[in-house]
Design a protein around this ligand. Structure first.
Ligand code: NAD
Length: 473
């Protein structure tokens, strides 16, 4: 088989690149081991977890209505129906991708591929599906193989009770107790799902705070709520061993209060992800890999091999689907001869917990680490009419501002729907908005997106609903 452009990996990076390349007139072949396009994000990541988090959020909201004088009887959960509905969401979207690839005449080959050289992929069949050919020669290739959960030897007894994110999303049952190892994105999102379904969830995090990459003021309201919803949150604590016992996993931990041992019905290990760059035959090409296993790329997504580009999780942090898709489009535009580069001012990050945490551009912590002259302007949601009327005043909206230019360089939000609100901040940062642009833009009332305008007013000491005079320099 021959193709003008081969794309190895059919996740959000790979299929976005494939579809754009086809739209621009290229002849494209996507190779993936899975029977459908979608990658980790759609098949066993972002989408199924958001379907389950939707249920968790609805259950939380119904519970919270008792504060307003409306009570319901405790929910009855049918895990089989829940699983089926989640799987239906995934099937609808993967079918859609199948149709879109057919319409665009993108060839999708199910196979395990390895590089024989810089122009040829060797293909091995997956399952019993025969292959038309065992080689695919290409003009160019985009490597979009993604990442896999990090495995730690000490955390891996051969037990189905010890799950990674894929197993946890399959929802094998609703365990009485669940220990989540790792207080990052996956641990907190999946912990939220299981806690809503009725498990008693504990989290063990080795650093001194949940979500180590986020600003502490954003994490605080989430931490407070999780202290209520979870059984325990152990910080500065390391798991030293796991052992299988009858109907339980015995976990040994070491933390500030010394060593302890406790049993849990199930354990979820969510201690990060690593790039899928091994076992691909990259040594038969000129592609270079760094010490962490990421493929080295330039700002046009070129690897050291002139015929091979790389995008998404395999090409570096942050490991986020929207960053992968954007990089995929840059790579294709470069191949099409356009002057494209990947140099975003703001890559948004969203943790879909309750409340959600979202940030974009420079974080306050990172700005301080860089010694950059910045100011912050914070609007607490307790002063927002909308936040009060939905009973969720614990949020905050914060701009990070360049002290000299008064332009926004970063934004952080914690609160319900923060993930949707961050979109405005991304546009503002990308456009190099001045704080005046934000105060001059009329935001709809009463909404939570108003808080972005209000936070800009806080900078000038003129927020209507907050008395916070501007400090004299
Ligand atoms: P993560 O990097 O977000 O969190 C891992 C956490 O585990 C960290 O807080 C780390 O300090 C902790 N940790 C590491 N080793 C540990 C140990 N031995 N004991 C206790 N704690 C330990 O990683 P993740 O949650 O596995 O997610 C992986 C990646 O997937 C994320 O970085 C993110 O890019 C992506 N993801 C994104 C979303 C989203 O966008 N909403 C959701 C899920 C995953």
């Amino acid at each position: 088989m021959e193709t003008q452009l081969a794309i190895l990996g059919g996740g959000p990076g790979g299929y976005a690149a494939a579809f754009l390349a086809a739209d621009l007139g290229m002849q494209v072949t996507v190779v993936d081991v899975e029977p459908t396009l979608g990658g980790v994000c759609l098949l066993r990541g972002c989408i199924p977890s958001k379907a389950l988090l939707h249920v968790a959020k609805a259950m939380g909201e119904v519970q919270h209505l008792s504060d307003w004088g409306v009570s319901f009887s405790p929910p009855k959960i049918d895990p089989q129906a829940l699983r089926a509905r989640k799987n239906q969401v995934v099937a609808t979207l993967t079918n859609g991708l199948g149709q879109l690839s057919k319409k665009r005449q993108v060839r999708v080959v199910r196979a395990r591929a390895t590089f024989e050289n810089s122009q040829t992929l060797r293909l091995e069949p997956v399952g019993n599906q025969p292959l038309e050919d065992d080689r695919l020669t290409f003009g160019h290739c985009i490597l979009a193989t993604g990442s896999s959960p990090t495995r730690l030897k000490a955390l891996e007894p051969p037990s189905a009770r010890v799950m990674d994110s894929t197993a946890a999303l399959d929802l094998p049952d609703i365990p009485e107790t669940l220990l989540v190892i790792g207080g990052g994105y996956i641990g907190l999102e999946m912990g939220t799902v299981y806690a809503a379904l009725g498990s008693r969830v504990s989290v063990v995090e080795m650093t001194d705070g949940l979500l180590p990459g986020a600003d502490r003021d954003l994490v605080k309201p989430l931490h407070k709520r999780l202290e209520r919803d979870f059984e325990a949150i152990w910080l500065n604590t390391k798991v030293t061993s796991l052992a299988e016992k009858k109907n339980a996993i015995e976990v040994s931990m070491e933390g500030p209060e010394g060593a302890k041992t406790q049993r849990f019905s199930r354990v979820l290990v969510a201690v990060g992800r690593r790039p899928n760059s091994a076992g691909l035959g990259l040594e038969n090409t000129k592609v270079q890999i760094d010490a962490k296993g990421f493929v080295t790329v330039d700002r046009q997504q070129r690897t050291a091999d002139p015929r091979i580009f790389a995008i998404g999780d395999v090409a570096g942090e942050p490991m986020l689907a929207h960053k992968a898709a954007h990089e995929g489009k840059v790579a294709v535009e470069v191949l099409a001869g356009h002057a494209a580069t990947f140099e975003p001012r703001a890559i948004p990050a969203v943790v879909f917990t309750d409340p959600e945490i979202a940030w974009a551009g420079l974080t306050e912590t990172e700005a301080k680490r860089q010694g950059r002259r910045i100011e912050t302007a914070v609007f607490p949601w307790a002063a927002s009419g909308r936040a009060q009327s939905v009973g969720r005043p614990e949020g905050l909206t914060k701009w990070i501002i360049d002290s000299e230019t008064e332009r926004v360089v970063g934004c952080g939000i914690v609160g319900v729907g923060a993930g949707d609100l961050i979109g405005e901040a991304v546009v503002a940062i990308e456009f190099g908005a001045h704080l005046r642009d934000l105060t001059d833009s009329i935001h709809p009332h009463p909404t939570l997106c108003e808080t972005l305008g209000f936070a800009a007013e806080v900078y000038f000491g003129t927020a209507t609903d907050l008395y916070r005079p501007r400090k004299k320099a």
